[in-house]
Write a protein that binds this ligand. Structure first.
Ligand code: SF4
Length: 188
């Protein structure tokens, strides 16, 4: 995989009215109804056309499918299509763990990774549920922090074989059905 075209400009930057439209950002949250369905279809078609001509299409697609569980419309794909692509490619992407990066705000208190690890080390026999209650966060947040600590200490070594760009583009052509897209055709 190469990101050598990183310096080129993302075409969606110039079209925030489409790419940041609530219907595209959160299609599953949108109120159902014929009007919204029509608007979503139009927005999707417009966004897809912009992505078609974007110089970052390939790297954007790879990152949105393989590296990050991004929201909204990206690289010519809806979130549902990216789920299909990951299934086809055997790729599993963890949801963006904003808690682990930024800390979890509970009331006025900020929870950070070191705090979770310290409390766990001080109370090794307590259940993770109890730890979550003490910290005022969810069990899944505690689990994420513990997993991160294990990975950092080398206790868990994961070997992740990422698909090649060509496989991602081929899966895209199958799922999205877009051999018409210039950048996909280039490697087909
Ligand atoms: S391919 Fe990615 S960077 Fe380019 S316009 Fe689409 S969403 Fe934006």
């Amino acid at each position: 995989m190469t990101h050598s075209i990183r310096s080129e400009r993302a075409a969606c930057i110039d079209d925030p009215a489409v790419f940041q439209h609530q219907l595209l950002e959160e299609p599953t949250q949108a109120r159902r109804g014929a009007e919204n369905e029509r608007a979503l279809t139009l927005l999707t078609a417009r966004a897809a056309a912009v992505c078609d001509d974007c110089p970052l299409f390939r790297s954007c697609l790879y990152e949105a499918v393989v590296d990050h569980d991004v929201a909204g419309f990206a690289a010519g794909t809806t979130p549902a299509q990216r789920t299909q692509l990951r299934l086809a490619l055997g790729v599993k992407v963890e949801p963006e763990d904003f808690d682990a990066f930024a800390g979890v705000v509970r009331g006025a208190r900020q929870l950070n990774h070191d705090e979770v690890v310290r409390l766990r080390q001080a109370n090794p026999h307590e259940s993770l549920e109890t730890l979550a209650m003490r910290l005022g966060c969810s069990l899944s947040t505690v689990k994420r922090h513990m997993r991160r600590a294990r990975e950092a200490s080398g206790e868990v070594s994961l070997t992740v074989v990422k698909p090649t760009m060509e496989r991602v583009l081929a899966a895209y052509a199958t799922v999205v059905g877009a051999p018409r897209r210039r950048r996909v055709q280039r490697v087909a």
